[in-house]
Design a protein around this ligand. Sequence first.
Ligand code: CAA
Length: 260
Amino acid sequence: MAYGILKIKNTKGIVTITINREKALNALNRQTFDELNQWFGTDGPKKKGLKGVIVTGAGEKAFVAGADIKEFDGLNEKSAEALSLKGQAIFDLIENFHVPVIAAVNGFALGGGCELAMACHMRVAGEKARFGQPEVNLGIIPGYGGTQRLIQYIGKGKAMELLLTADMIGAEEAHRLGLANHVVPAGKEVAKAKEIIEKIATKAPIAITKTIECVNVFFKGNYDGFAIEAEEFGTLAETEDFKEGAKAFVERRKANFKGK
Ligand code: CAA
């Protein structure tokens, strides 16, 4: 599938995906969703030597200003639920991606845009970033996981406030609340995300994937996260990287991980 909206660039194993609808503040229309689905569901998992992924928005004003409100016309109960389920499924692919996915939040991250940023494993906010879930202004609620993930990052009380008031918060406030991992000067978001991915890429790749799985399991109510953690701990003990990592520590040298 050709990508018409996503600009995808692979630099030495770090893929930067830019949502390129600057005039619409990078709002998530159907095509953008289909392309995200294609990359995170099919093309991305096949990439060899992938260290991590950065998701960002084109231009200086917006990361993503939400679902495309201009496509809401004619939505009914059935089609709106289907849209919500589709968005949730695509964001689940991002959340469960096998290498780190970092949102480089360069401006407005509203509604579906805040939800997209929250589906990523981390968020680097530029100082002009603005986060919010303004759906109640439109007579709707977040549909791509926002009511659930916002609580995970900032706790029930503050999540309730942002969801009910539709207030936006800036980068510093997002950082203070735990929504943004880092705040950087405007324009440095992608560079900081790259720096984090390069650091993670020095670690044992299977352990990184398993850590992502275990952290995510904590939030799936129907799974026993402790049991899965123990299971994955056992799986990792069989890897060459584990043996190498422990040996390198004892020998006081840097480990040479092979992803095996
Ligand atoms: N969908 C479609 N188009 C959008 C958009 C969106 N979410 N957000 C902005 N745009 C478009 C505007 O319509 C405008 O296009 P035109 O020039 O063709 O009119 C262009 O982007 C620039 O926007 P503004 O002129 O509004 O820019 P501004 O600087 O005055 O305001 C803003 C910026 C505060 C972000 C404002 O655009 C805004 O409030 N956008 C909507 C934010 C929102 O409500 N997001 C939630 C959507 S619902 C959702 O996401 C549901 C879900 O969870 C599933």
